[in-house]
Design a protein. Structure first.
Length: 608
């Protein structure tokens, strides 16, 4: 027993040594963690400061570029790239220092390291890409920001919008960005009239497609009314509050997009268009005359209207004229057989000319009626003539080709064969489109536009599907005779029973109302109004109850879906999808603003 105890002597010392070792290691670990944490904290501070410095460099560079283009009246993209050489010498590699010190040996700076100007394929806007490098004691950050530069009015960038209020009533589906110049009012019911009686239909809230943005003045300008399960119509609109705890949830509910998809934009920055000024600009371009005299042309237009301006250009032999032969120019009475023959031959030649391919600006006096079943089945320019937009030899203006109608343009097609319309058109009167139309055209009209039961299909030009861009000084009225047309499959799924998708972008200087309640409208292009815009829409099919004593509309049960997914909106009776390449397709004829238009993208980290 004594031997066993003697063998265990010294074990306490080993235990003490082991415990000292353990506690030493724990102490070293704590010390290491403390030192490492302090180092990480300093590194994190340097990381944050490098990010702030890079942002500062970009902000100063963007401000410098904006200042260089402020009040510029030229709109030549060719000048932009050469401008960048002078701008680059001012802002590239200029060091921006920091006066905030984290350590005594801080070496902190930022600079613009790269300026790259590109014209992306198929686009009509330059992209200025700025790269900024910030270095804080070896902690580096590179941020990138893009500035888009164009000379087109802002409305072309949106699938739908208005410079005034936008009222979205019911389940419209907007596949593109949305703009509201004043208030955006939203409710989950559609207003409509049936047999002259004003009615409402409870349905879904509208939906903006995932990933798209809504531009408003402030969150307080977004107002909504939730009908809920009540049978009463919507009453008071509620304004969104910036500090509301459930703000994100409410935004998701009323538009289907996250809160970060709202961009606040001052309406004073909106680059607008004036139809009258655009009309004069294009008439002068059609004539190919020195635009330094534009003021005198505008004066004629403002005082006496489009016909007077065209007559002036015609009298001074600035444009040609397409004039139908008049009967008495060829014969005095029906017994004048030779005269009748000359007239018939001249008429045939004239009809052949009108149905041929145009290449120059031309004036047509009177109402032009196009119908695939009549003499004038089409009005087309060659692709080269339509797209011409070239500087004058004097350098004081540009030349483009236009067919000028001093009267009304009426497309009243009575047959299944579509009318062919290709070119750029100025119309002093009204525009009416009925029936089937294949189109690659820009139309600028001073009167009212009426779209009645139209099937507007873009022409295919070398694999590119074109469209109609229709800019109207007067109101635009779109309606169908075959109301209650069914929706068989989802939007963009081919089906003969679905509403025809109109390849068109519409703009009006007036207020506008669109109804997808009884009728169904699907538009691939866009719709924008200078005045207040009101949209009413339901989901799915709508049928008539033909009970004479109590006529009513029977709506699809899809309007009551309590948990709507985006796919449900593919059966909306009013769908508007923005067509991105229309600016490129119609670039020669679209309005140019009088100053360079710049808008900045978001700052982001450079791709690794």
């Amino acid at each position: 027993m004594r031997g066993m105890i003697r063998e265990e002597r010294g074990s306490a010392l080993l235990l003490v040594v082991f415990m000292m070792f353990v506690f030493t290691m724990i102490g070293l670990a704590i010390l290491s963690a403390t030192v490492g944490g302090a180092q990480r904290s300093v590194t994190r501070e340097k990381d944050v400061q490098s990010l702030e410095l890079a942002e500062k460099a970009l902000t100063e560079a963007v401000a410098y570029i904006y200042a260089k283009y402020d009040n510029r009246t030229d709109i030549s993209f060719d000048q932009i790239k050469s401008d960048m050489s002078a701008i680059e010498s001012k802002i590239k590699d200029r060091t921006i220092s920091s006066n905030i010190k984290i350590t005594d040996t801080l070496n902190a700076f930022a600079r613009i390291t790269d300026i790259n100007v590109t014209l992306p394929p198929g686009k009509q806007e330059y992209v200025i890409k700025l790269s900024a490098l910030a270095d804080v004691d070896g902690v580096k950050r590179t941020l990138v920001q893009e500035i888009m530069v164009d000379a087109f009015p802002d409305f072309l960038k949106y699938a739908m919008g208005s410079q005034d209020n936008v009222n979205l009533h019911g389940g419209a589906y907007i596949k593109g960005n949305l703009y509201a110049g004043k208030q955006l009012r939203i409710k989950n019911e559609a207003d409509y009239k049936y047999y002259g009686k004003p009615l409402t239909k409870s349905t879904l809230f509208p939906r903006v497609a995932a990933g798209k943005t809504t531009f408003v003045q402030s969150l307080g300008d977004i107002r909504y009314c939730d009908r809920g399960n009540s049978s009463d119509a919507c009453g008071t609109y509620v304004a969104l509050g910036k500090g509301d705890t459930d703000l994100g949830e409410r935004v998701q509910k009323i538009l289907g997009i996250p809160l970060q998809n709202f961009e606040l934009q001052d309406n004073k920055a909106f680059v607008e268009m004036n139809i009258g000024e655009t009309f004069v600009d294009k008439a002068v371009e059609a004539a190919g005359v020195d635009q330094t005299n534009r003021g005198s042309y505008a004066s004629i237009f403002n005082n006496n209207g489009g016909p007077a301006l065209f007559q002036y250009l015609l009298t001074n032999k600035m444009i040609g004229v397409a004039k139908a032969p008049v009967s008495q120019d060829f014969y005095t009475d029906e017994d004048d057989a030779d005269g009748v023959v000359r007239y018939i031959e001249a008429r045939k030649a004239y009809v052949k000319m009108m149905n041929g391919q145009w290449s120059q600006s031309t004036l047509y006096n009177g109402t032009l009626l196009l119908d695939a079943a009549s003499e004038f089945k089409q009005l087309t320019y060659s692709s080269l003539a339509k797209s011409q937009y070239s500087p004058l030899s004097s350098g004081k203006g540009n030349k483009s080709n236009w067919f000028i109608i001093n009267g009304d343009l009426a497309i009243n097609n009575q047959v299944d064969d579509p009318v062919q319309l290709k070119g750029n058109f100025l119309v002093t009167g009204n525009v009416t489109i009925k029936g089937k139309l294949n189109v690659d055209a820009t139309v600028i009209a001073l009167g009212t536009t009426t779209i009645e039961d139209a099937v507007i299909k873009g022409m295919n030009d070398n694999g590119t599907e074109k469209e109609l861009v229709l800019l109207s000084k007067g109101p635009i009225n779109i309606h169908r005779f075959d109301s209650f047309n069914p929706i068989v499959t989802n939007y963009n799924e081919l089906s003969a029973g679905n509403p025809a998708i109109m390849d068109a972008y519409f703009y009006t200087d007036q207020e506008a109302s669109l109804y997808g309640v009884g009728s169904a409208f699907w538009i691939k292009g866009g719709f924008f109004s200078k005045g207040e815009l009101t949209v009413n829409a339901t989901i799915g099919n709508a049928e008539q109850n033909l009970d004479e004593a109590n006529p009513a509309i029977i709506f699809s049960s899809e309007n009551a879906n309590p948990d709507p997914k985006e796919n449900n909106y593919a059966r909306s009776r009013l769908i508007i999808e923005w067509k991105e390449d229309l600016i490129n397709n119609q670039n020669s004829s679209l309005p140019r603003v009088k100053r360079i238009n710049l808008y900045s993208g978001k700052k982001h980290f450079a791709e690794q």
